[in-house]
Design a protein around this ligand. Structure first.
Ligand SMILES: [Zn+2]
Length: 265
């Protein structure tokens, strides 16, 4: 069970980081380096009463960056910070690396970087929980397999890490598991039983598939706000998310005996 808990803690960390990047990418980019400038307010709009954040000012402003490039940008300002008049000036901060990303200076927040750090702490906690669990497994490891390749967290009483359901030996390493169709169909190297993916593996595979449209959406969202193309964000997300899901699935997943085997034996 400690593996499931570790996976949940890691998932919370990853979700927190992704959420912070998606909702506050502007603030995160400004942390990496920003330039203060003066912008001219070209439009102030307040949503009609009854709308979400109805008293916020939706401020559109114009500014020219150090390279002489003209930008038009928008920011939301809560009622506590009256933005001034159309035609007036407001202090803004724009990203040194991506000048198209800017915010009204009074609204720049360091909360998102705190959220990302908290997410990283959660991820590290999850990883150390996994390490503790596998060290326990190694302590319980019964070294009767002479000459056989040693599978790191192989036999653990009560652990289900990709054990062969017939001989209870650790069936497969992570590196081998992700290759080809081994995750779905495999033959136990210890007893030769034909195995197929258990429910946990299928759930992991399904969640990796279901995450893809969300990743595409997140990549599109970020590419419109940064200068990185959509495909680069998508590859980063894909590697990070499917990599973590695969590893977690290998840790908590299981094989079952293939049914034709059950009939014959
Ligand atoms: Zn076996």
């Amino acid at each position: 069970m400690s593996r499931v808990r570790a996976a949940i803690v890691m998932a919370i960390g990853i979700a927190l980081i992704i959420f912070m990047i998606m909702t506050d990418s502007g603030d995160l980019l400004l942390i990496l380096g920003r330039v203060q400038a003066s912008a001219m307010i070209t439009q102030i709009h307040q949503p009609p009463p009854g709308r979400f954040r109805e008293s916020d000012y939706d401020v559109t402003y114009d500014f020219v960056d150090d390279a002489g490039v003209h930008h038009i940008a928008k920011d939301l300002v809560p009622p506590a910070f009256p933005p001034g008049q159309v035609g007036g000036f407001v202090e803004i901060a724009y990203s040194r690396h991506y000048p198209s990303v800017s915010r009204i200076a009074s609204q720049v927040s360091s909360t998102p970087i705190g959220g990302v750090l908290m997410g990283l702490i959660f991820m590290m906690m999850g990883i150390s929980m996994l390490f503790r669990a596998s060290r326990r497994d190694l302590e319980n490891f019964n070294t009767k397999t002479s000459g056989e390749p040693q599978f790191a967290p192989a036999v653990a009483n009560g652990s289900r890490t990709m054990k062969c359901p017939k001989c209870a030996a650790g069936a497969i390493t992570f590196g081998n598991w992700v290759r080809g169709l081994n995750a779905f169909f495999y033959t136990c190297p210890h007893c030769g039983t034909n195995l197929r993916a258990g429910v946990a593996t299928l759930c992991g595979f399904a969640s990796a598939l279901l995450s893809i449209p969300i990743l595409i959406w997140a990549a599109r969202f970020l590419s419109q706000r940064t200068e990185w193309p959509e495909v680069r964000w998508f590859i980063i997300f894909l590697v990070a998310v499917t990599g973590s899901i695969s590893y977690a699935t290998w840790r908590i997943g299981s094989y079952v005996v293939r049914s034709e085997d059950k009939k014959s034996g």
